[in-house]
Ligand binder design. Structure first.
Ligand code: ZN
Length: 222
């Protein structure tokens, strides 16, 4: 079924489905666990609209392409057009906040990295960006103090705090908008904290954001 933006209630959000702009290295502890150097500038990449899926449906994962890693990330749904935006305009351009998985074909990505090749084949495949419902930004007191976590089969795997981002949300959006115009309906992923790892058939995932909401899903390799 085709992905649509929706509120956590399930009601549709009246914005078009666009691209997903992502940042590769935005939490120091995650950079260390993959032995990557600390970046001078945010490392950006894009997932196309065909990567989006509704996270509450079963995660449909491709077989025989090596390990698929989960990366839990805060997702921002944008409502204004941002080009070369200031940090305050960028912050005003956020409509709603949710959670997403930046699913990554880690074996393929590692090969691409050693060869110095782009990551799209590892990061932008169909269904590589499952997204939760969203909560309106007005209902969140302070974006910069949000915490988020991922449990798999009852065990805590990832726990992040927005306060630990190397580039803050307004700074990140402003930087992105200097490279790619952000359009209403685009989603921005803000990076993953430490604890990434492979998904196995039947894994049960619970994703939570502070005490605001939780969503559940399950993995299936097709
Ligand atoms: Zn990521």
């Amino acid at each position: 079924m085709k992905y649509k933006h929706r509120w956590i209630s399930g009601d549709r959000i009246d914005l078009p489905e666009g691209k997903v702009v992502c940042v590769g290295r935005n939490y120091a502890a995650h950079i260390n666990e993959l032995n990557n150097p600390l970046p001078d500038d945010p490392v950006l990449f894009i997932k196309p609209g065909t990567a989006l899926s509704n996270i509450e449906r079963i995660l449909s994962l491709p077989k025989r392409r090596g390990e698929i890693h989960y990366e839990l990330e805060i997702a921002l749904l944008m409502e204004s057009t941002l080009t070369d935006a200031s940090e305050s305009d960028a912050l005003d351009g956020i409509k709603a906040v949710g959670l997403a998985l930046d699913l990554t074909l880690r074996d393929i990505q590692s090969k691409q990295k050693t060869k110095g090749l782009p990551w799209e084949v590892a990061k932008a495949f169909d269904g590589s960006c499952p997204v939760s419902g969203f909560v309106a930004k007005e209902h969140i007191n302070d974006l910069s103090t949000l915490e988020f976590s991922l449990e798999i089969n009852g065990g805590l795997r990832q726990q992040g705090m927005v306060a630990n981002m190397l580039t803050s949300i307004p700074g990140l959006l402003s930087y992105m908008s200097r490279h790619f115009t952000l359009l209403p309906g685009d989603i921005v992923l803000t990076g993953t904290p430490a604890g990434v790892g492979p998904l196995v058939e039947g894994d049960q995932l619970v994703l939570s954001i502070s005490d605001i909401f939780s969503v559940q899903t399950r993995c299936h390799y097709k």
